[in-house]
Ligand binder design. Sequence first.
Ligand SMILES: [Zn+2]
Length: 478
Amino acid sequence: MRNEWLLVEHGNVIDALDPRVQPDTSVLVRGERIVAIGGDDLADQVPRAEPVTRVDATGKTVMPGLIDAHCHMTYGESRSEEEIDLYTSPELRTLKAAFNAQKVLRAGVTGISQPGGSYFIGVGLREAIREEIVLGPRMTAAGRYITTSNGLTDYFPDSVGVPEGSIGVLANTMSEMVNEVRRQVKNGVDLIKLADSPYGDYQAFTNDELKTITALAHQLGKRVTIHARGSAEVGAAVDAGIDWIMHGNRMTDEVIERLAESKTPLVPTLLLLANIADWGGLVGAPVPLRDGMARALEKSAETLHRAHEAGVVFVSGTDSGFSVTPYGEWHARELELLMDYAGLSAFEAIQSATRNAAVTLNLEGQVGTLAPGMIADIIVVDGDPLRDIRVLQDKQNIETVIKGGAVVVFNEEALARRWPHERGQTYSTSDLTFDFVQGRDDAQALAAAQRESAWSKSDQRDLVATVKRRETGAVMPD
Ligand SMILES: [Zn+2]
């Protein structure tokens, strides 16, 4: 579908560099790159005999394609952590990830970074997209999250351990960590993902461990990111030179200052929390979980506003890949959430998902803005996101997706396909007692309460840990 030349004509250009819109402006692309931005005379730059693909963007917004710095293609829209970790068939999960990649691209997301996933599915998917075997956004990938026994992704009981299909891999000593970094790099990852404590109330790695892992990854030419919800972890991550940081829900002013000074990007990843808090009830998420997410959002807002005021660099990421954050559905909602919960302007939100996020694709300064020499990842949008950022959330408004200078053609029928829950072993969500079957009031009330707190009250703080505790209490068949 690629001519040598592409001309996106007469659009209102948001270049992600200057907050002012350039009205009635055209973008000329040759091959993969933008060559010029300007008026009607751009077409004169194309030699007469050479064909030009023309996209009429009159009255539309022309802007860089979105980048999602936190998108898990291997999760397969799982409804439980055990579906992600225990029942992951590498073969089927890989094929599903390949199918789902087109959904992400259709939403105007032309670049993603996968901060952790099962096996080396992400590496294979990245290559398949690059070689145009699979239709999808350009991509970078981590392997399994490196976790200690105290980190996020060692959540099953020790009798289960950290299984082969898990998104985590256990490393409790420095030498195990170093081995795992070396092994992952050998297998082609772009970045290392570290799993610090689930909620941010302690450090699961020592400062020395973070420094050693980061130094080794950097020596081998790879980036490092970390799940860090609390102040101590964020501070330690900054000191270790970690390249960008996930979450940062609670931070002291002192840590915020260091984070801002270091220019280390922060990827708050609010979407997973907000989708569960706002609409989890529509899809059967239990009340305590929804309440817990709502409270976490509220607490994060205070920290993130301070971070924004201090000049911290924000990057948009969504944790897409769960059943509550399906592929291609909500990537652009993060921009709205960053405005609501961190105080970004609409233009800053756009930058968080374009220019600022390019580093997570290893393409800093090469993608994410519209300027001569940049890779031509461009979307044409019906509506003005500077006036209403939410126009980016409706795929009907994403009229044209251009990746690497080529207009992408989608199979809309394929995009509509969804699959059922892969596997779970829940027998019921409440107990089937004699009194309940007889319809006796007390028993009905008890069953209702059980259904409401399928996740127990004390475990409302974090989705993954919550699912973990539910799993440990579940009845396993012989
Ligand atoms: Zn994640």
